[in-house]
Design a protein around this ligand. Sequence first.
Ligand SMILES: N[C@@H](CCC(=O)N[C@@H](CS)C(=O)NCC(=O)O)C(=O)O
Length: 221
Amino acid sequence: MADEVILLDFWPSPFGMRIRIALAEKGIKYEYKEEDLLSNKSPLLLEMNPVHKKVPVLIHNGKPIAESLIAVQYIDEVWNDKSPLLPSDPYQRSQARFWADFVDKKKIYEVAKNLWTKKGEEQEAAKKEFIEIIKLLEQELGDKTYFGGDKLGFVDVALIPFYTWFKGYEIFGNFNVEKECPKFIAWAKRCIKIESVSKSLPDQDKVYDFVVQIRKKMGIE
Ligand SMILES: N[C@@H](CCC(=O)N[C@@H](CS)C(=O)NCC(=O)O)C(=O)O
């Protein structure tokens, strides 16, 4: 019997984008179910992720896997015959996990939210922190084409979705990431040329319009 794969997601979610890329890398067909997080959470989401009540949730043959980095690793383990995302060497694998975890521990999403929701000192502090995080990632990238080496890997999948939000960060934060971190932007541009990435990510203009809409809802001028 064929696998049943469902992704509960919300289109601008960078966490959901990770799972979309991983599924695309493996060539897995799935049903995409959009959660409208701007209105009520669906009974299905509450049932499938009763602990965090957040998207994304991957549902494989009726069983839920929540938390995007865990779901991406699950995909890599279950469909292990194609496009491995994590290295086979245990040490290299630990390092890939370290840097993907770094992305979440540093809370890029929350730091960046202060770029487009705050002004003055708070916004300046967010800008500084954001650039510091990106510079550390640039160091880790070093001379590699991707974090995964010569092909897309776990850290690339964890990180590239945030690039779709950069237009909003830069316009409302009034700064230019490429000026500060050209190597990072060159990496992002390489990633979005890959088919599994390009077909899984919304374009920056669409996410920017979403940011504008949320700012309006929050009453930010
Ligand atoms: N650590 C989680 C983060 C998921 C997350 O923050 N999802 C957001 C959408 S981008 C959400 O569902 N928010 C709804 C809420 O917080 O109630 C993951 O990696 O999956």
